[in-house]
Design a protein around this ligand. Structure first.
Ligand SMILES: [Zn+2]
Length: 132
């Protein structure tokens, strides 16, 4: 996944400025440590979306920040950013040639609220004929 289709800088700044105070402590630490937008959290840490489209992982225990290179986690971050913030919906847009995920039928979730392991929350996958 390359190229971010929207002006992330302005959008993320605007969202960060109105982040509600009831954010989780880990989200607040992640935002402070990275200057980005926390969008997803699990046992591995907090995924943060940066103004340049990079995805960072913040570890609340060690306070380490690392760039996320794996496509899977970048997709999770983009999918959750798109679900959480109306302004970022285009991050989840299905590219030309992609098809609806057959596992979650396009919802991005399985078994209620578990992230679909096939599309990583995007709701679509690249069709077998095309490559990412
Ligand atoms: Zn899926």
């Amino acid at each position: 996944m390359t190229g971010v289709p929207i002006d992330l800088i302005a959008v993320i700044r605007a969202i960060a400025n109105r982040l509600p105070g009831d954010q989780s402590l880990n989200y607040r630490s992640a935002a402070k440590a990275t200057n980005g937008l926390p969008v997803y959290e699990d046992m591995g840490g907090v995924l943060v979306l940066c103004e340049n489209g990079d995805v960072l992982r913040y570890d609340p225990e060690t306070r380490r920040v690392e760039i996320v290179a794996e496509a899977k986690w970048r997709r999770v971050a983009y999918a959750f950013a798109a679900r959480t913030y109306l302004e970022l919906q285009s991050l989840r847009q299905r590219p030309v040639g992609a098809v609806e995920c057959p596992v979650c039928s396009g919802s991005g979730y399985v078994l209620g609220d578990a992230v679909c392991g096939n599309c990583f929350g995007m709701g679509w996958i690249q069709s077998p004929a095309s490559s990412e």
